[in-house]
Each structure stands twice: as structure tokens, then as C-alpha cells.
Design a protein around this ligand. Structure first.
Ligand code: PMV
Length: 312
């Protein structure tokens, strides 16, 4: 019987963002970034080797045969994998996301990590976590961080070959289990402008991009210290400032890029109102309109009630 491997991977949300590449081919970032892995955002991937006579991959995404750009992206990654590890096989892949795909909820991160883990296992390569992070990075930059649970740092690296651009776990998920991320879904539709294209436009044209690179890189040691000390206010403030400055770099691009929707802004106002009334909560937003709310476990129910019981 044909061997079948099943793996699971989680998405991550960046507290200090990655936005822009210094090498498009190798997915090398312009700066380091720091994230938290989200246990409830999951991708499940099943993989089988195809018969030797078959020279095409067969990919199903959420039950449907993958087509167009999505298929192209995955096949490109599989071709790269075959080349890197001298693999002759083609694969049948069945992948399911337990959350909306491509709506700025980091489905590409968990997707490419799940695929990297599945390929490693089915081809019996025994890759290390570092090697897996480097492999997943070449499918989607943020995927490099989803190799670990907890708080994770992706080193931007200096080398041209990308061998020092990989993720490292800073603290595992037990370090600060009271730290929670809630997701307010504004729009589940696939985004029109991919993060890859938007990053290119920002790097090439944004007037405020260089300043963000410098400021954001400086926030990393501060963020690590704040997480280490479980200083929630500091973590939240740093994450919010970093996210807002990143979105400003997009707005300052030509053409200007704006992933936020009116509902996104209303949720931000709600979060600020909660904070004014004494509840510690902060937000971060990626390449989409959905809002990730950072809070402590004790405040989850109150925040859910306040944000959900509002008409947007
Ligand atoms: O890895 P990509 O291409 O999905 O880019 C992710 C970019 C952000 O989510 C906006 C930020 C980040 O660091 O995850």
C-alpha cells in the first residue's frame, strides 16, 4: 500500500512584523521579526508519493483541486524542494486549513510549514528544525517562524545564500500561557493584493519604509525583554506601534496600499475604549482587514462580549 503521511502545523502572528524582502528568490527579509504561534489556527496536510510514471503533482486545497496562482506557488515550492534534496518523486497533497484561507490570517505560514514537515517525513530526510525553517521560509517568509510553538524570532541573517536566515524559539508556549490572541474577522474573502506584491511595492516606493526598518529592528530586543518579564503593557504597546508604522509604510507607497476596512477601524476604536476603561488589550493587523486582539486570559470573555456585541 502507498505510504500516507499526515501532519499538523499552526499559524503565527507577528508582534514585530516582517514586511519586505532583500532577496525575492530566496525569501530573505529586510529585517528580523518576532511572532507568537497560534494553537487554534491549524493546517492539516496529507501527503503520498505518486507512481514513478506520473510526472505531475496533484494538490487539493480545502477539498478542491488547486488551480491558478495558488497551485503555481505550491508547485514552485515542490520543484525547489526536489532540486535542493535531489528528490525524483511527485506528490499527491491534500491540505485543509481550519480557518479562512488568505485573509491575512497567516494560512501561508501554517500551510508551508505543514508541507515542509510532510515532505521531510515522506522522503525520510530527518531535517533539523533549522533546516525545516529555512525550507519553509522559501514557500512563505512568515512560515519560517511556524516551526516552533510559543514566541519565535526569525533572524534576518546577513549571508547571500540565506543559510543564516531562520527562526529560533525564544520561549515555549508554557512560558506565558495567560497571553492570548483573539481574532475579530471582518472579511473572510481572499485578499486582492497578495502580501508578496504589496511588499515589493512598499520596498520600492514607500517614503517611510527605511525609517520603519530602523525603528522596528530596535523594538526586537525591547520586545524580547518584555516577553521575558511578562510585561503585558509593554508587549502590547510595542506590537501596536510596530503594526501601525508598517501599515503607514504601505500607505506611503505608490500606488498607496491599504488593507484596512471601515470595520477594522471601528474595532480598533473599541479596543482603545476598552483600554481607557481599564482593560489591558492591544491590536495587531497583517495584510488583511482582520484584527488580532492581544489580551490576558482573565479578560477574554469581557473583550469578546464588548467587541462582538457591537454592530459594525
Ligand atoms: O509570509 P507572508 O508573505 O505571508 O507575509 C507575512 C507578512 C505579515 O503577515 C504582514 C507580517 C508577518 O511578519 O507575518
Amino acid at each position: 500500500m502507498n505510504k500516507k503521511i499526515k501532519v499538523k502545523a499552526n499559524a503565527n502572528i507577528a508582534l514585530i512584523k516582517y514586511w519586505g524582502k532583500r532577496d525575492e528568490k530566496l525569501f530573505l527579509p529586510t529585517k528580523s521579526s518576532l511572532s507568537i504561534t497560534i494553537p487554534f489556527l491549524m493546517t492539516f496536510t496529507e501527503i503520498e508519493l505518486k507512481e514513478h510514471t506520473e510526472k505531475q503533482d496533484e494538490i487539493y486545497l480545502d477539498g478542491k483541486l488547486a488551480e491558478g496562482k495558488t497551485k503555481e506557488k505550491i508547485v514552485k515550492f515542490l520543484d525547489l524542494f526536489r532540486k535542493l534534496y535531489n528528490i525524483k518523486n511527485y506528490f499527491k497533497i491534500n491540505t485543509k486549513n481550519e480557518f479562512p484561507t488568505c485573509a491575512g490570517l497567516a494560512s501561508s505560514a501554517s500551510g508551508f510549514v505543514a508541507l515542509s514537515l510532510a515532505l521531510n517525513e515522506i522522503c525520510e530526510l530527518n531535517l533539523s528544525k533549522k533546516e525545516l525553517s529555512i525550507l519553509a521560509r522559501q514557500g512563505s517568509g512568515s512560515a519560517s517562524r511556524s516551526i516552533y510553538d510559543g514566541f519565535v524570532l526569525w533572524h534576518k541573517g546577513e549571508k547571500d545564500d540565506g543559510s543564516d536566515s531562520y527562526a529560533e524559539q525564544l520561549f515555549d508556549q508554557n512560558h506565558w500561557s495567560e497571553f492570548k490572541v483573539l481574532i475579530a474577522i471582518v472579511d473572510e474573502k481572499e485578499k486582492k493584493l497578495s502580501s508578496r506584491e504589496a511588499m515589493q511595492i512598499t520596498v520600492k516606493t514607500s517614503s517611510s519604509y527605511k525609517k520603519w526598518l530602523i525603528d522596528s529592528e530596535k523594538r526586537i530586543p525591547e520586545m524580547i525583554e518584555a516577553i521575558k518579564n511578562k510585561d503585558f503593557k509593554k508587549v502590547g504597546q510595542l506590537a501596536e506601534v510596530d503594526c501601525l508604522q508598517m501599515h503607514q509604510t504601505m500607505k506611503d507607497s505608490h500606488p498607496s496600499i491599504d488593507y484596512l476596512q471601515p470595520e477594522t477601524l471601528k474595532i480598533i476604536e473599541k479596543i482603545k475604549e476598552l483600554r481607557k476603561n481599564g482593560t489591558d488589550c492591544y491590536f495587531t493587523i497583517d495584510a488583511g482587514p482582520n484584527v488580532k486582539i492581544l489580551c490576558l486570559e482573565k479578560d477574554v470573555e469581557q473583550i469578546k462580549g464588548f467587541v462582538l456585541n457591537t454592530e459594525y
